[in-house]
Ligand binder design. Structure first.
Ligand code: FE2
Length: 247
C-alpha cells in the first residue's frame, strides 16, 4: 500500500494541485499532518480538496488558531493577520471540519502521524535530542511529523540517532529512503504550501512500507500566481515574499 503523506499545506491551492499531479494517483490512501490553512490565499479550496480526497487529517496549530481552539498570542504578527483573514474567509462547513480534526499522535495503517512532536503537538522538532524524546515510545517503525516545514528526519538504532539528509537535489524530483525493520524513523515530508528548508518547491512524501521505501518528493509550482492572489487579498508582504526564497 502506498500512502501519500501531505503536511503544512497552508492554504496554497496551486502547490497542492502540483503535488497531486506529480503523485498521479499512484497511491492508495492519503494522510495529512496538519496546518491545512493559514498564510496562503486558498483556505476554502484546500480544505474542500482534502475533504473530497478523504484524507485522514490531524490538526496543526494554525488549524487550531483559525477555529478558535488556540489563542494567537504566541503567533508572530504576520501569522496572526493571516489567521484572522482566514477565519473571515472560511465557509462554515469547512470551519466545522477544521475544528473537529483529531489531535496527534494518530496511529493509522501501520504509521503514526503527529503535527509537531510525539510528546507535544505544538513542539518544533529540529534537534536529535527533541527527536529522540518520544521516538522510542511510538507504536510504529515510521512516525511522520510536520510543523518545521523542513523535509528530512531522523533514524534510530542501537542507541544511535542519525540525522537523515534525504531531500532531492535541484535537478531531481524525488529521493528514496530504504526503511530497515530494526530502526525507528521520525520523518518529515516537508511543507506543501510554505517550504522553509531553502527549496521553494512543494514537498511531500509517499510511504510504501510493504516495500520498505519512503519517497521524498519536490515539485515546482506557479509561485507567482499564488503571490498575486495573496497580494489581492492584502495578506502580509513577508508571507508573499518568503515563498520564492523557500525560507
Ligand atoms: Fe505549518
Amino acid at each position: 500500500m502506498r500512502v501519500l503523506v501531505l503536511s503544512d499545506l497552508h492554504s496554497n491551492g496551486t502547490a497542492l494541485d502540483a503535488v497531486l499531479d506529480a503523485a498521479k494517483q499512484r497511491w492508495d490512501l492519503s494522510v495529512c499532518l496538519g496546518d491545512v490553512v493559514g498564510y496562503g490565499p486558498d483556505p476554502n479550496e484546500v480544505t474542500a480538496r482534502l475533504r473530497e480526497l478523504g484524507t485522514k487529517t490531524i490538526r496543526g496549530n494554525h488549524d487550531k488558531a483559525v477555529s478558535g481552539l488556540m489563542a494567537t498570542e504566541d503567533f508572530n504578527p504576520v501569522a496572526k493577520v493571516a489567521v484572522d483573514w482566514t477565519r473571515a474567509q472560511l465557509k462554515p462547513e469547512h470551519m466545522a471540519w477544521l475544528s473537529a480534526l483529531p489531535k496527534g499522535p494518530l496511529e493509522t495503517d501501520g504509521i503514526v502521524l503527529v503535527h509537531g512532536a510525539l510528546q507535544d503537538e505544538d513542539e518544533y522538532v529540529f534537534t536529535p535530542e527533541q527527536a529522540l524524546d518520544g521516538l522510542l515510545d511510538s507504536n510504529a517503525i515510521v512516525t511522520f511529523f510536520g510543523h518545521t516545514h523542513h523535509q528530512g528526519g531522523f533514524s534510530y538504532r542501537d542507541s544511535h540517532l542519525e540525522v537523515l539528509q534525504i531531500r532531492p537535489r535541484a535537478a531531481e524530483s524525488f529521493a528514496a529512503l530504504r526503511v530497515e525493520q530494526a530502526r525507528r524513523y521520525l520523518l518529515n515530508p516537508g511543507s506543501i504550501g510554505q517550504p522553509r528548508d531553502g527549496d521553494s518547491r512543494a514537498a511531500f512524501a509517499i510511504a510504501d512500507l510493504d516495500h520498505n521505501v519512503v519517497e521524498f518528493w519536490r515539485v515546482p509550482y506557479d509561485i507567482a500566481a499564488v503571490q498575486e492572489r495573496m497580494r489581492a487579498a492584502h495578506l502580509p508582504e513577508p508571507l508573499v515574499q518568503r515563498l520564492v526564497a523557500g525560507r
